[in-house]
Structures are given as C-alpha cells and as structure tokens.
Design a protein around this ligand. Structure first.
Ligand code: SAM
Length: 355
C-alpha cells in the first residue's frame, strides 16, 4: 500500500480511532523503519547531569519555580563514571541532559566532553537548553557531536504561553537548531503531544517542521501534567477557549511516532521514557514497533534519578544502570530486534516516503 503524507492524510490519521484501520498505519511505519534504518535499536546512555534550571517552563517539573525540589549537579567524576558504564554496556553514545543550568559552565562542559572523548571515544550528545552561541561553539570544538533540543510545538503563540523568554533573550528554538547545524552538530528536536492549547492543525505543522528542518533525531513524548507546575495545576483555566484540543496519551504519541517515520524515513526516532511511563508494560516496545529505532537507557546515579522529575511517576526511576540495561536489552530482543553497535549516527536526508 502506498502511503502519502499530505496535510489531509496526516489529519486523517491523527484523528483516526479505528483500531483495524490503524493497523495499516502501524504496518507502514514499521516497513519504512526497517527499509530505511534497519532492525538495529541504537542505545543512547542518558546522563541527567543537573536538575538546576533558570527557566520557567509552565509544563516542566524542574522549572525554577519548583522551590520544593532538591537540586543536584553531578561532579566531573560522576559523569565520567556514567560514561564508562555506557562504554562497558556497549552503548555508542552518551547524552548529557540538564535543566538550563549556567552552573554547568562553558569551560566545565567542554572539559567533560574532552575527557569523555579521550577515555571512551563515544559519541556525545548535549541537551542543555538554549545556551549562548559561544557555549555551543566551544562544545563543538571540544568534540560534541549532537545537540538535542525539542521545539515542543511549532505554534509560536502557544510556545510563548508555556515557555517564557529568558530575560531579554527571545526563545526561538527553530532558529537555534538551524544555527547548531551550521556549527556542525547533528541536530535533534521534537515535541510533546497533547500540550494544553495544542490543536490537530498544530501537529500537522509540527510534522512539516520536522520535514523542513531535516532533523537527525526526532523525539515525541506525551505531555504529562506535573502537579507542581502552573500547567499541571490549571490547564483548563489557562486554555479554556481551545477548540480542537489534542488529547494527551499513548495513542496520539504512537500515531505521531508512526507519521514521523513516514515523513522523515531516515531519522533516528526514540521510543521515549514518557511513552514508557504511560504504558509501563509495553510502551517502549510499541514505540519501537510503530516507527522508533532508538532507546535511551538511564545512566544517572540512582540517588539523583527521582530528583530529575520533569513529570511524575517517570519510568525506570529506581533502576540501576545495569538493571535498566538488562531490561531494555530484553525488551528489544523480545520483539525480534537487535541492540545496535557503534554510534548510530544519522543516515541523513529524509527524502521521500513510501510503504
Ligand atoms: N533543558 C533542556 C531543554 O529544555 O531542552 C533539556 C531538559 S528538558 C527537561 C527535556 C524535555 O522534557 C523537554 O524538551 C520537554 O519536552 C520534556 N518535558 C518537560 N516537562 C514535561 C512534561 N510535563 N511532560 C512531558 N514531557 C516533558
């Protein structure tokens, strides 16, 4: 069956709730995934380096307004130990993620990148928020390979309602992603599905933005309300007038993963922890069977895990790196897939889609 991805087609699938019809979408996404990126599932070891954040994102549990939260920042030695774990477990990449934390200075991050590269040779992905260009350039120079920053929603008005500018610096994540690519980074981005105020038309624009940015990695997770955030406490009050609201949840996330695979056949697409959180039993596997080809086992020391609480009841919160590794390896093999070897870099230029 030939699948086209015109805006009307995308809208049809985004609204579709017929389980029998949806089987066609799942099968098409799985075929396009296999034909374009193969059966390997690449493993990106996630190190949640710090939960300090200067930003006030109204959806996020580690936003600076969450004053009850105990804050942490990993030491150089702790990050290097986690990178060694990644090497020992055969992962090709480490992802250093954090709130937007200027306590992680340009020099400190550059030094850690250099040490990871020298000791392990792993690919290094950064996900440290909207840092100034001089930081991004210094980290590229130090050896970082990729930068991951979701634009969250392509609806500018909605984005500015949920994601305040930082001081006088306007947040234009799409422009920043383009600049990162010019600096030589592979770029990853993505969205949350079901943000209060998000419409189906927004999702079609999001998919189109994935296509035009020609992203190397695209992460899609369900929006999960956090009770300590303004959006978690009062989404209805804030967005009372939204019509055509996208529901958050597993189905819309899986549909977006599948459609993203059709729109960007060669992208790296993770089966996200947020998806595994809303379906702890087999959310990860369903993501991998409906378009995804990446998982991100957590390497953060267990004593910090619960503190990186961007949303409640996060999956894998009390597992050690070894337990997470064994669990994900088992899940990958249980669906007939193979844990990937090497860095799993983008096989880029997502042109054309058929199934
Ligand atoms: N500070 C960096 C940034 O903003 O890109 C990286 C850390 S940020 C916590 C990582 C991602 O968590 C965000 O891009 C967002 O999509 C996701 N996230 C935050 N709060 C969430 C929520 N309540 N539900 C689902 N995902 C959420």
């Amino acid at each position: 069956m030939l699948f086209t991805t015109t805006p009307d087609d995308l809208l049809h699938w985004l609204r579709c709730t017929d389980a029998t019809e949806l089987e066609q979408l799942w099968a098409a996404a799985d075929t396009v995934r296999r034909d374009n990126v193969g059966d390997e599932v690449h493993l990106r070891g996630l190190i949640e380096v710090s939960n300090h954040c200067v930003r006030s994102c109204t959806y996020c549990g580690i936003a600076k307004e969450h004053t009850e939260l105990t804050r942490y920042r990993m030491t150089t030695e702790e990050v290097l130990a986690a990178a060694n774990d990644a090497l020992a477990m055969g992962y090709g990449t480490v992802v250093m993620q954090a709130g937007e934390d200027y306590g992680l200075t340009r020099t400190w991050v550059a030094d850690v990148i250099r040490q990871i590269k020298a000791r392990t040779g792993l690919a290094v992905t950064l996900s440290l928020g909207e840092r100034p260009e001089a930081d991004l350039a210094a980290w590229k120079e130090a050896g970082a390979d990729r930068y991951l920053m979701r634009f969250e929603t392509s609806n500018r008005e909605l984005f500015s309602k949920i994601h305040a500018d930082f001081g006088k610096r306007p947040s234009d994540r799409i422009a920043q992603l383009k600049r990162m690519r010019e600096l030589g980074y592979e770029i990853g981005s993505g969205i949350m599905a079901g943000i209060p105020g998000q419409t189906f038309a927004d999702l079609i624009n999001d998919l189109e933005t994935f296509r035009t940015l020609d992203l190397d990695m695209i992460g899609i997770g369900p929006y999960l309300p956090h009770p300590a955030t303004p959006l978690g406490r009062d989404a209805v009050g804030i967005f009372a007038d939204t019509t055509d609201q996208v529901p958050t949840g597993e189905l819309i996330t899986l549909k977006l993963v599948a459609l993203t695979r059709l729109v960007c056949p060669r992208a790296n697409i993770p089966s996200t922890t947020a998806l595994a959180t809303i379906n702890k039993q087999n959310g990860r596997e369903l993501g991998l069977q409906r378009g995804a080809n990446i998982v991100m086992p957590n390497l953060t020391p267990v004593r910090y895990r619960a503190l990186y609480e961007i949303y409640p009841s996060k999956a894998c919160i009390d597992e050690t790196a070894e337990q997470c590794h064994a669990c994900l390896g088992g899940r990958i093999r249980s669906i007939g897939r193979i844990p990937g070897q090497g860095p799993g870099s983008a096989i880029n230029r997502n042109v054309g889609a058929s199934a």
